[in-house]
Design a protein around this ligand. Structure first.
Ligand code: ARG
Length: 404
């Protein structure tokens, strides 16, 4: 193994290829055909020993039952020396994933970080298996409406062997595409819709059409696509408690927001295929997905049905329509028996989380602009204070999708 030669400590970096591209350009002998060299692994896929040791120490510090870290740190560093990376124990993976949630500075829902269900699927790297387990993820997370926070962790990137990628932003998302002169569906799904159609997916003309799952096994490979089975996509049709006409708008939303385009980074190991979900807070749907001008853009229609005076911004017709839209979202999820938080309750829970962490001697990094809800900010307690600064290098973390 090539890694046997990398005995020195410090961040592992593959030797730079000589100018000209081919690492063997100046070699006098041609390697045997059966042992043709692979391109050198990318630096990103090597595990940084300092990050690894730091995580193992944190794990042992916070989980005293794990005992003294010294031996485990030594074993991990040795494994990195030999292979360029290391395998987490199941307990390390489970706790690391929870820490990644605890560290998510944009998430208001962190009070329940300890309850995350971590599915250890590291033995899976084939697209068919990944798709099947993503569907199982949605069933487990949906849980008939009692949403459970779940993360499914598939094979990590390894030196010379990058893992598969899910190309969707979320496991469930709606298609969006131009039809005639207009646009149908969710503009946020437009890129994936185009990609899926290129691959042969037949898209209808409905406004809420669930996209297929696209999985790419390796760089340059043709992505495979999978239609989501019906029993994986719990959806709620939107009605309003006081306005019968609201149902006729034909609005709906899915129950499980499962982010699938972020990398779970734990102790220097990158898991780029690690979809995770919590439950929705109503405003994500009512004040963003259905309201934003570059999403479903429903405010004018709702205002018109409410009979509001839309002749001037000063009548606050947008604001009034927005509140009714949010009432409808919360009401409908409640009626359907699907877990959803309102922004008042979730804000209060978040401050409880901050206080609880403080008692344990820990900071709660938080990004004010993401934590404060997009409606009625000043009515929620999270608005009226600042938070511990966010250190972008904090790990474990869910980070933007890493390159192949
Ligand atoms: N805001 C995103 C959406 O509306 C989901 C982000 C994650 N949200 C959550 N509640 N866990 O689809």
């Amino acid at each position: 193994m090539i890694f046997n030669r990398l005995r020195t400590r410090g961040p592992r970096r593959p030797a730079a290829a000589p100018a000209g591209g081919c690492p063997y350009a100046h070699a006098h002998t041609v390697p045997e055909a059966s042992r043709l060299p692979e391109p050198p692994p990318r630096a990103e896929h090597f595990t940084d020993p300092d990050e690894a040791a730091g995580f193992i120490r944190q794990f042992h510090r916070e989980q005293p039952a794990a005992g003294d870290p010294v031996e485990r740190v030594r074993a991990v560093l040795d494994e990195i020396d030999r292979t360029g990376t290391y395998a987490h124990t199941t307990a390390e993976l489970g706790y690391g994933a929870k820490l990644a949630w605890r560290n998510a500075a944009r998430c208001i829902g962190r009070l329940y970080w300890r309850s995350l269900v971590v599915r250890d699927l590291r033995h899976l790297s084939a697209a068919d298996d990944i798709a099947a387990e993503c569907f199982e993820h949605l069933r487990l997370a949906g849980n008939g409406g009692r949403i459970r926070p779940v993360v499914s962790v598939f094979a990590p990137d390894r030196p010379g062997r990058p893992a598969a990628r899910i190309l969707n932003q979320q496991l469930v998302r709606y298609a969006g595409h131009p039809v005639g002169g207009g646009f149908v569906g969710d503009p946020a799904g437009a890129v994936l819709t185009a990609r899926a159609r290129d691959l042969g997916w037949k898209c209808g003309e409905e406004r809420f059409e669930v996209l297929p799952l696209l999985v790419q096994e390796r760089p340059g490979a043709r992505p495979q696509w999978y239609e989501l089975p019906d029993d994986t996509t719990l959806e709620v049709e939107l009605t309003h408690p006081d306005h019968a006409w609201f149902a006729r708008l034909g609005l709906r939303w899915y129950a499980v927001p499962a982010i699938s385009d972020m990398t779970l980074e734990i102790g220097g190991v990158r898991y780029p295929t690690a979809p995770f979900n919590g439950w929705y807070m109503g405003t994500e749907i009512g004040a963003r997905n259905l309201a934003d001008a570059d999403r479903y853009d429903m405010l004018a229609e709702v205002a018109e049905r409410l009979g509001l005076d839309t002749s001037s911004d000063r009548t606050l017709w947008r604001d009034r329509a927005l509140v009714e839209l949010n009432v409808a979202v919360l009401h409908s999820f409640q009626e359907a028996g699907v877990t959803m938080a309102d922004h008042h309750t979730e804000s209060e829970r978040f401050l409880r989380h901050v206080a609880q962490e403080k008692r344990l001697g820990r900071d709660t990094p938080a990004d004010w602009s993401w934590i404060v809800p997009p409606v009625s900010g000043g009515l929620t307690p999270v608005y009226h204070r600042y938070y511990d600064p966010v250190d972008p290098s904090l790990r474990p973390a869910f980070t933007a999708r890493s390159p192949w």
